[in-house]
Design a protein around this ligand. Structure first.
Ligand SMILES: Cc1cc2nc3c(=O)[nH]c(=O)nc-3n(C[C@H](O)[C@H](O)[C@H](O)COP(=O)(O)OP(=O)(O)OC[C@H]3O[C@@H](n4cnc5c(N)ncnc54)[C@H](O)[C@@H]3O)c2cc1C
Length: 480
């Protein structure tokens, strides 16, 4: 029996939607037929992954939900010792945790590790997900070698990295039915930070990169080939406590600088640098009473090393507390418990800024959150200058004010040359902030991309591109 439709009308953002039905295809042919029919009848189709998204991206606004859960097989895992490289081929409904567990006994691993491992691989590619290890390993985009998909018009497309590059401001696709689609590349520039806000663009970009991070709007992924790596022999990790947030941040940035300076001859090479402010530590104290009560901030680090070398790698870090494995994952759980008690939705940020502006952004967070009078906590990927400020309002007045504070913080991140979404995407709830970053013109350029591939605007409408721009009076430039 199929799960109830109700399950697909929300995601982890608590944004709510509506739909007439859900379908559960298990073949590309079924997806293709569904999309062809949807074009004829002008029915919106919203692609659904596991629903762990934080932006309402898989939440339908009517029409049909296209659940990917039956396309859930790991098709191949290979490692070539002589080349020192390997890959996994998966269907999009494979759960991230299942892929990680399948790789583990073969001594392999897949680096992207968003905080929620119940996500589907298809969802992580569609949002270009990142995680704490992205400090060393980068986002999902870096690992996607090949994509099979069904385009919004129902036609199949297979793309390998390196196969099709942009020329003269245009990406060109020739389909098996002879139709040629020309896609004008947006001219906005991508901020030099971890970023998943809006369609990817670069003058000589690879076509595959347009689809990665496109949040279900440009195609339905049906098969994904991912690069995998050899698992490190050993990982050391620990928690360092500091008197203040600034002290912790300065230490972290210095560690990052030394780690990146090849000439320093150092063995510092952290794979993650995660920050917790004093209020985060207060929340964590409920589960971890060994946290020093006077601690003003903490840094959680991990570094890969060779088996037997763990002790010598500890030394550059000085004194640290052994870390309970679940420490980092407990914080979102504790935040959610607090939200349930408060009875108001939390407001959470996902901004990132360039290295040179990290201190200015941190100062702004500390000042604005500190004087808000609202319960807050600030934590996350300090190595990537991608902190999550969480505002936990207890009254309607605090909730309204929290939204104003989110706005203020977003404006600051953009002013400092950063992004309004480093890892969660834009979905339906963050479009105004994307406009803040790339302007109305940027949104219009994205709408031209969308219209080139989906002239009827049937695939996951309402994500990334404002709906009113999908049907604007610019003609399609597709030609037979
Ligand atoms: C506690 C918690 C922690 C999190 N931590 C992180 C984190 O550290 N880093 C991070 O990046 N994210 C994080 N997230 C957000 C979320 O897990 C990611 O965005 C994830 O990639 C979403 O995957 P999903 O399968 O749940 O997708 P969904 O939420 O179901 O959908 C997300 C988007 O993907 C599209 N999509 C899904 N499948 C396909 C497909 N086959 N073809 C085309 N489009 C498709 C949907 O249309 C939608 O636009 C966190 C979420 C939670 C709840």
């Amino acid at each position: 029996m199929n799960p109830p439709l109700e399950n697909y009308l929300k995601d982890a953002s608590l944004f709510r939607g509506k739909a007439e039905r859900a379908c559960f295809p298990s073949t590309e042919k079924e997806i293709s037929q569904l999309l062809k029919e949807a074009n004829q009848k002008k029915i919106p189709i919203t692609v659904s992954g596991a629903g762990t998204g934080l932006t309402g991206a898989r939440v339908p606004q009517g029409g049909t939900v296209l659940s990917m859960e039956r396309l859930n097989r790991i098709l191949k895992i290979e490692w070539d010792d002589s080349a020192g490289s390997g890959f996994a081929v998966v269907q999009p409904g494979v759960i991230l945790k299942d892929l990680q567990e399948a790789l583990e006994p073969r001594g392999l691993f897949y680096p992207p590790n968003p905080g929620e491992t119940a996500a589907f691989i298809g969802g992580t590619v569609a949002t270009n997900a990142s995680g704490s290890r992205s400090f060393k390993y980068g986002p999902t985009r870096r690992y996607v070698r090949r994509l099979r998909m069904i385009l919004p018009n129902g036609e199949p497309l297979e793309l390998s990295r390196g196969q099709t590059k942009a020329e003269g401001g245009t990406l060109s696709i020739r389909l098996s039915n002879g139709v040629r689609i020309q896609i004008p590349i947006p001219t906005y520039s991508m901020p030099p930070v971890k970023n998943t806000a809006g369609y990817f663009t670069a003058p000589d970009m690879d076509l595959i990169d347009l689809f990665i991070g496109s949040e279900g709007t440009l195609g339905v992924f049906t098969e994904i080939e991912l690069a995998v790596l050899k698992k490190p022999e050993a990982v050391v990790g620990g928690l360092l406590f500091f008197d203040s947030e600034k002290e912790c941040a300065r230490f972290t940035w210095e560690a990052r600088r030394i780690g990146r300076a090849e000439s320093a001859g150092t063995r510092l090479d952290p794979r993650l640098l995660e920050f917790f402010d004093s209020r985060s530590l207060k929340l964590l104290l409920k589960k971890h009473p060994r946290i020093p009560k006077e601690a003003g901030a903490a840094l959680f680090f991990e570094q890969e090393t060779q088996a037997g070398q763990e002790d010598s790698v500890h030394q550059p870090w000085g004194h640290f507390a052994p870390i309970p494995k679940e420490f980092r994952h407990d914080l979102p759980v504790l935040v959610n418990e607090q939200v349930a008690l408060n009875g108001f939705r939390k407001i959470g940020t996902d901004f990132a800024v360039p290295d040179a502006k990290a201190e200015a952004m941190l100062d702004f967070y500390l000042e604005i959150l500190g004087k808000s009078g609202i319960d807050t906590c600030l934590f996350g990927h300090l190595g990537d200058n991608n902190l999550h400020a969480n505002l936990l309002p207890k009254t309607q007045e605090e909730f309204d004010r929290s939204k104003g504070i989110y706005d203020l913080l977003a404006r600051k991140a953009v002013e400092l040359g950063g992004t309004v979404s480093a890892e969660h995407g834009i979905g339906k709830v963050r479009i105004p902030y994307l406009e803040m970053m790339i302007g109305r013109r940027g949104l219009e350029e994205m709408a031209r991309v969308k219209r080139a591939l989906d002239p009827n605007g049937i695939l996951s409408p309402g994500n990334i591109v404002p709906v009113e721009l999908l049907h604007a009076a610019h003609g399609s430039i597709n030609s037979p």
